[in-house]
Design a protein around this ligand. Structure first.
Ligand code: KIV
Ligand code: NA
Length: 261
């Protein structure tokens, strides 16, 4: 999967899925299921490392996870999320961080949050030959400015978001994530851009949809309204580990077929 396949999909009106991944075995399952793009999100801060926001993770925290996803997949494009503090200070800093994800982990592209305020970073990365995915709307690295995880782009601020999206496209991003924005705004942005929009809580009109895998599999305790649970992984795991515990206590496990003679 390449950026060229991704632009071809928009031209042909084909919708596609993106999921997050943080380890090799999960990545292999998604890759073999034909998921074309995997994001090693800074959501790892919450779903892997147990923090209550995405802010605490560093490039050093995310590089091993990205490398694992790259090793576990063979067809998918692997996008590395640039974490908070790894790109905001300068285009040079953004380039150094992105280059580490590509050289040390084998990422194929990077994602960063923000619109016009990060254009110098986007331009520098693009001119260095790095495919860049934008991210607008509820950008979780700015949660302290938003005062919580709430819908963005309602009313007047929708025009700002549209302007940011056009500026990102002009700067050369190959796609833009729209997170937690009204469906009609996402539809207008999707129609206005020639690069694909990837929605999460952004309604049905986006060119692609992304979910955090623990959300879609039902592992997350209190998922957001925009999440659809396709499986009850927490419930299934709870049953399985209780069955294991019970059989250890009763002596039913291990049975002769699990033992060496
Ligand atoms: O970190 C993440 O998982 C993300 C997606 C939800 C877009 O940025
Ligand atoms: Na993210």
């Amino acid at each position: 999967m390449t950026v060229r396949d991704i632009s071809a999909a928009k031209e042909q009106g084909e919708r596609w899925p993106m999921v997050t991944a943080y380890d090799a075995m999960t990545a292999r399952v998604f890759d073999e299921a034909g998921i074309p793009v995997m994001l090693v999100g800074d959501s790892a801060a919450m779903v892997v490392y147990g923090y209550d926001s995405t802010l605490p993770v560093s490039v050093d925290d995310l590089i091993p996870l990205t490398a694992a996803v790259v090793r576990g997949s063979s067809r998918a494009m692997v996008v590395a999320d640039l974490p908070f503090g790894s790109y905001q200070s300068s285009p040079q800093q953004a380039l150094e961080s992105a280059a580490r994800f590509m050289k040390e982990a084998g990422a194929h592209a990077v994602k960063l949050e923000g619109g016009r305020r990060v254009l110098p970073q986007v331009e520098t990365l693009v001119s260095a030959g790095i495919p860049v995915m934008g991210h607008l709307g509820l950008t979780p690295q700015s949660v302290n400015v938003f005062g919580g995880y709430r819908v963005q782009g309602r009313g007047q601020s929708g025009d700002e978001l549209m302007a940011d999206a056009k500026a990102l496209e002009h700067a050369g991003v190959f796609s833009v994530v729209l997170e937690c924005v009204p469906a009609d705004l996402a539809a207008r942005v999707t129609a206005a851009l020639s690069v694909p929009t990837i929605g999460i809580g952004a309604g049905p009109s986006c060119d692609a949809q992304v979910l955090v895998w623990q959300d879609l599999m039902g592992l997350t305790p209190r998922p957001a309204k925009f999440v659809k649970k396709y499986f009850d992984l927490a419930g299934e795991m709870d049953q399985a580990v209780r069955a294991f515990a019970g059989e250890v206590a009763s002596g039913a496990f291990p049975a002769p077929e699990h033992s060496y003679r």
